[in-house]
Ligand binder design. Structure first.
Ligand SMILES: C[S@@+](CC[C@H](N)C(=O)[O-])C[C@H]1O[C@@H](n2cnc3c(N)ncnc32)[C@H](O)[C@@H]1O
Length: 425
């Protein structure tokens, strides 16, 4: 089904045109506060409101979505989900944002929308005014709202899936993390099958097994991973990881079956496709590996990308590939499991030829990014996994797995790095 809007709506600042005016309004409000004195409540609140408007105008809808479903929830969710996330989720689950996007860019009355959605008007009005009061929708007149880039972006599954993943899957885990940690003497989980997730969802299954066995959570999670990726620099971009120099040059052209890239646990293929589209002429086979249930959810993947069902705890069937690549795999697992997964890659690698690219956050010692730290807590409470520092990666990959880290490529703080590993012998 064609979407009424494109992805660019989700990855560009919500209202960049408003920024110059907002900056001068922030400056005037700042001057007013200086004149009135720091204790002036009215002046301070006026400045705060303008500063928030400026932030909302500068943020991209994708950044807001991750803030809601990861960062805010991991930072302060104790007894209830943030009320603005509840109201936004309400709009997602009832089809409100999609209906508004289809209706067009003009002002829309609550009474008309209530009729369109077959819903009580007062319920809709109270939800919508809270979303607007929180800065995520524009109120243009009493009981009349105009879609903005954020609300329009929520009509796309890659964006709305965050609200199908955060509130029902992640948030119950955060709530139960407190009791889980207390019961275990405030120690981090080390067993992937004994985390707050299992308590929250009343299951003995691992996170991945459980979401895949409770549709449509599995599909929503895949879509959410695509939403996370939106607008972020690709590891294969010029100036990030030198694909031509490190992978294409020196590739085994003499063998028709030679494999250029194996994307292990590649989900529905977002990163394999990114690589293929940036290097369409690079020689060699491209293989996407994941569990059968996930590969069954793949849609519209380029014909050149081979799908291979594979459990990464078992022997890697593709031997001597030029590149073994994982994105957001090792962070999902406790160290002991990572040693097994990376060990399977190491066994298959050809020394002096194969590379293992671990595409993960490398947590800096200071000035961590809140998306990294939110994800770290998501990993801790749901998986027994973690986001790792350079020293922790070295300990895991070099000391425990016998690999050699050749280089760590980082394009900017907050974006996952590429840790290039080789097998020494
Ligand atoms: C966090 S997702 C990352 C997906 C993809 N690499 C991305 O970044 O979008 C982790 C992936 O690992 C896969 N996975 C989990 N257990 C696996 C296993 N034992 N063997 C292969 N894949 C597995 C999941 O199905 C899921 O697609």
């Amino acid at each position: 089904m064609a979407l009424p809007i494109g992805f660019e709506t989700a990855v560009n600042p919500s209202n960049i045109d408003a920024v110059p005016k907002l900056l001068s309004e922030v400056a005037s409000a700042g001057n007013a506060l200086s004149k009135a004195g720091d204790a002036s409540l009215v002046s301070r609140l006026e400045l705060l409101a303008k500063a928030r408007e400026l932030v909302h105008a500068l943020e991209t809808p994708r950044e807001v979505m991750i803030q809601h479903v990861w960062t805010q929830a991991t930072a302060w969710l104790i007894e209830h989900q943030p009320s603005n996330t509840m109201a936004i989720s309400f709009g997602v689950y009832t089809g409100l944002w999609s209906a508004m996007a289809k209706n067009g860019d003009g002002p829309q009355k609550v009474s008309d929308l209530a009729k369109q959605l077959g819903m009580q008007e007062e319920l809709l009005q109270r939800m919508m005014r809270h979303v607007a009061a929180s800065g995520y929708l524009d109120m243009t007149a009493p009981d009349e709202f105009t879609p903005n880039n954020f609300s329009k972006s929520l009509s796309m599954p890659v964006m709305s899936s965050g609200y199908y993943t955060g509130p029902p899957i992640l948030n119950p885990t955060f709530l139960h993390a407190h009791d889980w940690l207390k019961d275990r003497g405030y120690k981090i989980p080390r067993d992937k099958n004994d985390t707050a997730y299992q308590i929250a969802h009343n299951t003995k299954l691992h996170w991945f097994e459980h979401i895949q066995s409770t549709p449509p959570h599995g599909q929503n999670f895949n879509d959410h991973m695509a939403g996370y990726l939106l607008g972020r620099p690709s590891w294969s971009d010029e100036g990030f990881y030198p694909v031509k120099k490190r992978l294409v040059e020196g590739f085994d052209l003499g063998n028709n079956d030679a494999v250029l890239l194996v994307d292990i646990g590649g989900g529905i293929g977002h990163y394999t496709e990114q690589f293929r589209s940036k290097f369409p002429d690079a020689p060699g086979r491209l293989i996407l590996q994941d569990l059968p249930v996930v590969l069954g959810q793949v849609q519209g993947l380029h014909a050149r990308i081979e799908r291979m069902e594979y459990d990464f705890f078992t022997e890697q069937p593709v031997k001597g590939a030029r590149t073994y690549y994982t994105h957001f795999i090792l962070h999902d697992w406790p160290d002991e499991d990572c040693v097994k997964i990376a060990g399977r890659v190491r066994e298959a690698m050809q020394p002096s030829y194969s590379k293992f690219l671990v595409h993960e956050h490398v947590i800096p010692p200071v000035k961590q990014d809140s998306e990294q730290t939110a994800l770290d807590l998501i990993m801790m409470t749901g998986f027994g996994g973690k986001e790792r520092s350079a020293a922790q990666w070295s300990d895991l990959l070099e000391k425990r797995c016998g690999l050699k880290i050749v280089n760590i490529y980082t394009v900017v703080n907050g974006i996952e790095s590429v840790i290039e590993c080789e097998r020494p012998e």
